[in-house]
Ligand binder design. Sequence first.
Ligand SMILES: Nc1nc2c(c(=O)[nH]1)N[C@H]1C(S)=C(S)[C@@H](COP(=O)(O)OP(=O)(O)OC[C@H]3O[C@@H](n4cnc5c(=O)[nH]c(N)nc54)[C@H](O)[C@@H]3O)O[C@H]1N2
Ligand SMILES: Nc1nc2c(c(=O)[nH]1)N[C@H]1C(S)=C(S)[C@@H](COP(=O)(O)OP(=O)(O)OC[C@H]3O[C@@H](n4cnc5c(=O)[nH]c(N)nc54)[C@H](O)[C@@H]3O)O[C@H]1N2
Ligand SMILES: [Mo]
Length: 793
Amino acid sequence: MHRNGPIDDIDESELTVTPPHQQAAGMKAVGVAMARAVSDMGVVRTARTLARVNQVHGFDCPGCAWPEPTGHRRPAEFCENGAKAVGEEATLRTVGPEFFAAHSVAELVEKSGYWLGRQGRLTEPMVLWPGDTHYRPISWDDAYRLIADHLRALGSPDEAVFYTSGRTANETAFLYQLLVRSFGTNNLPDCSNMCHESSGTALTGSIGIGKGSVTIDDFAAADLIIVAGQNPGTNHPRMLSALADAKGAGAHVIAVNPLPETGLIGFRDPQTVKGLVTGVPIADDFLQIRIGGDMALFQGLAKLLFEAEDEKPGTVLDRGFINAHTAGFADYERHIRAVDLDTVVEATGLTLDQLRRTARLVAASKRTIVCWAMGLTQHTHGVATIEEITNLLLARGMIGKPGAGVCPVRGHSNVQGDRTMGIWEKMPEPFLAALDREFGISAPREHGFDTVAAIRAMRDGRARIFFGMGGNFVSATPDTAVTEAALRGCALTAQVSTKLNRSHIVHGETALILPTLGRTDLDLQNGVRQQVSVEDSMSMVHLSTGRLKPVSPHLRSEVAIVCELARELLGPDHPVPWERFRADYDLIRDAIVRVVPGCADYNTRVRQRNGFVLPHPPRDAREFHTTTGRANFAVNDLTWVPVPRGGLILQTMRSHDQYNTTIYGLDDRYRGIHNGRRVVLVNATDITEFGFADGDLVDLVAEWTDGVTRRVDGFRLVAYPTPRGNAAAYYPETNPLVPLDHVAARSNTPVSKAIPIRLERSTSHPAAHPPARAEHRSTAPDTDTGRVDHDAL
Ligand SMILES: Nc1nc2c(c(=O)[nH]1)N[C@H]1C(S)=C(S)[C@@H](COP(=O)(O)OP(=O)(O)OC[C@H]3O[C@@H](n4cnc5c(=O)[nH]c(N)nc54)[C@H](O)[C@@H]3O)O[C@H]1N2
Ligand SMILES: Nc1nc2c(c(=O)[nH]1)N[C@H]1C(S)=C(S)[C@@H](COP(=O)(O)OP(=O)(O)OC[C@H]3O[C@@H](n4cnc5c(=O)[nH]c(N)nc54)[C@H](O)[C@@H]3O)O[C@H]1N2
Ligand SMILES: [Mo]
């Protein structure tokens, strides 16, 4: 077994910067994908594995949630970054007991997330006893007993937190929430709380279901596609193929982004010979918006649509749809007519001409799709912004017909399915009632903690046990110093994981690592191969079958871990047939049928060629299961993000070489950043005005209304074409800057895309991986508010 993980950690002094790329994908991407995969998996495993990604009898790519095409599948239905995701999981490097014996926790805490992840797959359950210096092996049975003993010792089940990341398959998710609710709590925070929660909240209120209303086939039928707050070239590369096809069929594409992201500006489709040679520019128009200006954009466009309708009545608004299917239009119209276009220009940084041209395109379009991701959701006004998108589409009757609709582009490959299966701290009553009926349990009804509430509860000692079903909670969450202290305050932290990460190293008094099978791994239960299923971003449910020999005989499937823990915790007389579920996943799916609406004949339909699509009343029948029984227009006061005097608004985003907190490598190739990650992209004029030069080393300092100064040190300034007053840097290095209480209204999502900061000349040197740290200097009492006091800067 080869081991060639990085011996040294990141050395930021090696960082180099080149001009951003004009085109994404192409031959280079194929080469990078293959080289990376072969280095992780070896040649044979690479060939075997990549041939099965996203194929009908293969496994679902553990990368993003973009759907597979329903018709012909290309031989390679994955992208460069999908190959990296697969290689990361299917690697032959391992971290077993000898690794933990050789490295103390005190030593590991100094390592970067990159280094930790590159060490390989976890192979055996490990425990860190109170006060001990090293993780030591523990048997599965003892691990379950330890967790059960801790859980039973709590004053109340609500003192435990059960987190889920979005790779967890439907079968696991369903059983996991069943275990947690049988135990007696709804504390089921998930990564979605930090991700598309704003989309779910907005869409549920507006159209009665928190999911996108388009299918992959709608893309080819659209004539206008707006992609706002999303970087598909890196995060959903297969979406570029769908956009390219749509363009081929005549669609016009508009990118709305503060950054000229490479995938949107140019794209070479590696799947076609023509694509490799020529390249197709994706975006016909690029609206370089100021961070946080999107709500203003969509209100401004609506205002211009009303003006166009005044000029030519009956040509712009879809009165038939509005009258038949919506509520609240009159209030919306009154509100929008009062919008001041000068304010829109100021908030967006766009010109009136750009706004007018875009409004003309929207008015002329017969089939419009709007796509979005984190650039819209992770804002104080994320929910309201998505409501404005929906308003605009409703006014033009663009929901529930081919080629049109709302398209939140999900992140994790099964984050949408996990919600469908009940991973949510506030599942509605009909679901809980069905669960009670099916299993003879009494699910608790009081809402549980979401991610931010869970951190507050652990910080304040109201929660004492953290259980993670995947993910990397410590590194994914805001306010790193607060979160790390919160986890350290727990009596027990237990993580079901494939790879080593910081959440194993920043731990409670007792800590457990429970190593599990990934998507690519063969899952045998009593000698019979099991399959799991997932739901993509467009509500398609399909099977995923792993076939690789697991790297260790000690790995257990997530389903097995949930069932075995449940047996230990809830006892042999518990009404749920845990042992039968573990032995045959078809039985889990049969139970899902009786609890989750739209899942009839699950086992049969999921085995069809493309699986099956879950019901979506607005898409299927223009039915809206909202408070009014109609699609609701929402009215929102215009909010945007002014730039603080002497400071900048910072967005935290992904490089091309990472999957959330998993760092694959140190190149953000399209943006021209190589061999390092501690960079901050700032407009060249701002750099000069602040008295710095391109390449200078700076500290990023955030002052918040709670009086705490948060800072991260030693970032290299990179002059970059971002709007004046805006900056960009990578997550998770910048998470110490995101205040825990800086959250989106109504969705409680951390505001990772708009942190007011200022730059200070750095006294530190380009360090070999400065560990995450935030200096907490409290100068004022804690407050509850989430408003930015820009003058504090
Ligand atoms: N390879 C890879 N694939 C991934 C992931 C990964 O880390 N790596 N992560 C997965 C997950 S969980 C998710 S949620 C998705 C994330 O997918 P994205 O949302 O594409 O991810 P981010 O890198 O956060 O990019 C945010 C984009 O929004 C823009 N933006 C920032 N602020 C604003 C704003 O105020 N307005 C507008 N209009 N744009 C703004 C940024 O410039 C950037 O282009 O990707 C998924 N897929
Ligand atoms: N500042 C800032 N913070 C953010 C964001 C941002 O844009 N800016 N984005 C937010 C978003 S959109 C998201 S979704 C979250 C992501 O938050 P998480 O989902 O918690 O984080 P990941 O980095 O995706 O989790 C990676 C870990 O998952 C484990 N893992 C991988 N595959 C499997 C599997 O099959 N089973 C199990 N059990 N474990 C597995 C591995 O051990 C790996 O180390 O981060 C959020 N945090
Ligand atoms: Mo996400």
